[in-house]
Design a protein around this ligand. Sequence first.
Ligand code: ATP
Ligand code: MG
Length: 554
Amino acid sequence: MAEEKSLNFIEEIVEEDLKSGKYKEIMTRFPPEPNGYLHMGHAKSICLNFGLAEKYGGATNLRFDDTNPVKEDVEYVDSIKQDVQWLGFQWKNEYYASDYFDTLYGYAVKLIKKGLAYVDDSTAEQIAAGKGTPTTPGTDSPYRNRTIEENLQLFEEMKAGKYKDGEKVLRAKIDMAAINMHMRDPLMYRIKHAHHHRTGDAWCIYPMYDFAHGQSDSIEEITHSVCTLEFIPHRELYNWFIEKLDIFPSHQYEFARLNMTYTMMSKRKLLQLVNEKVVDGWDDPRMPTISAMRRRGFTPESIREFCSRIGIAKRDNLIDLGLLEFCVREHLNRIAERRMVVFDPIKVVLTNLPEDYSEILDGENNPEAEVETFRKIPFSREIYIEREDFMENAPSKYFRMTPGKMVRLKSAYIVQCDSVDKDEDGNILQVNCSIIPDSKSGGENAGIKVKGTIHWVNVKDAVKAEIRLYDRLFTEANLDEAEGDFHDYINPESLIVKEAYIEPALKEAASKDHYQFIRTGYFILDSKDSTPEKLVFNRTVTLKDSWAKELKKM
Ligand code: ATP
Ligand code: MG
């Protein structure tokens, strides 16, 4: 059951605004730049924006912030849409900032006409030098006092393609001595002769973030525009443009971005991992992208639960990756069917069964499920167990298989371990056991007290599969503060590939099914590389948090 949670500060604002009648309905947006795949940080923003609209009966737009023609791509647009839907959200409208290029151009003209914008011929270096410093005012550009007519003509020529990249920019005319550096005549448009993935070659001038974002919010009548803390200094400018243009008054609110231990959360750096082939693509299951987490077997429910648990903060913080894994485990424990898989087999022969003995057992799929369901597990005279579940000379507290003691085979019989056969070098050839008749669950001898239960697979029906054991990509918890750069902290054991014997029921696995390999962890069929001839499974997460101790040391 979900706990009753107190409101976060943005919810408080929304409730206030609805109560006071400021808005009848709220409107939010999720505004990704289509220059990479979405990561966990975006998931937090998605849950917040769509979550607000869901909770208060409003709606959310998906808006592609595609004002930078060079880095953007349709591949990214498609993946972003898939990821948002997979997380369980549906947008009201799909918009593109580039749809507003005409309107934005009109807004710029309006500001020029009001004497609030001018064309500047200064170079980027001159503009930077003229900005001043936080403690000294900037200096006015020599082009600052051009006439409105001249500005209108030059801006039109910029649009018409008369100038080269960087030759001219359009700037807002605000105050070169403003305390807030963002208010010192910020750039509104720059010239870029580049092909845009949607508008093609129609434009060679592109609006800057500050002139596109707030205006796009306003065009869509976004009531609550939430972004991350680094945009606080932009808010004054956001409001200035809206006020001077006299358009719908959207408001910007800032929350702390998600940072997680052992995780790099910047599209730019993630792209570097892809390009340098540190990982095998954006959806390599070790990546913090939503597509990677889907492929790895994380569920949308667990990601949403995680986002809800971490809440919305006003200060930057570092969230323990272990909490996300905890949420994943908790959900998978409820929904994952149990299966038996043996990684490092030794053969066990049940010597009191006939050579051709064969039985089909019922294995319970999930003891946590509300409705009991079962799968068929073939059982015969020879089975594999995990090498580490057998010990020849065991201490008295050893409860797995050892000569002279009994152990239960999961979903099957109790067996008595009798002896072990070895070759000349002492390697184990096989372990000999005898089954206790009628010791299956519900049988006459089922009540015999045994302390251990071990998993197994039937030798005859075991299927070989590739198992990819994923672990954290980095060995360093706080990558932002660590010395050197992320290359110094790549975990060499972030992927270990093994072969294992899986029980035959797993041949039916589909890439949406989650499994618990008993006593090992949670797994999912790999959606890319698995074939019916060669099944490949990804480890989603181990059963227990093996990094918990590391974290305590921090
Ligand atoms: P990156 O720095 O990884 O490229 P970004 O902020 O540039 O991220 P955008 O595509 O511009 O990526 O972001 C879309 C939305 O997601 C924005 O509203 C942004 O604030 C939000 N967002 C991005 N990263 C995080 C994060 N780590 N935590 C919370 N929200 C985030
Ligand atoms: Mg960005």
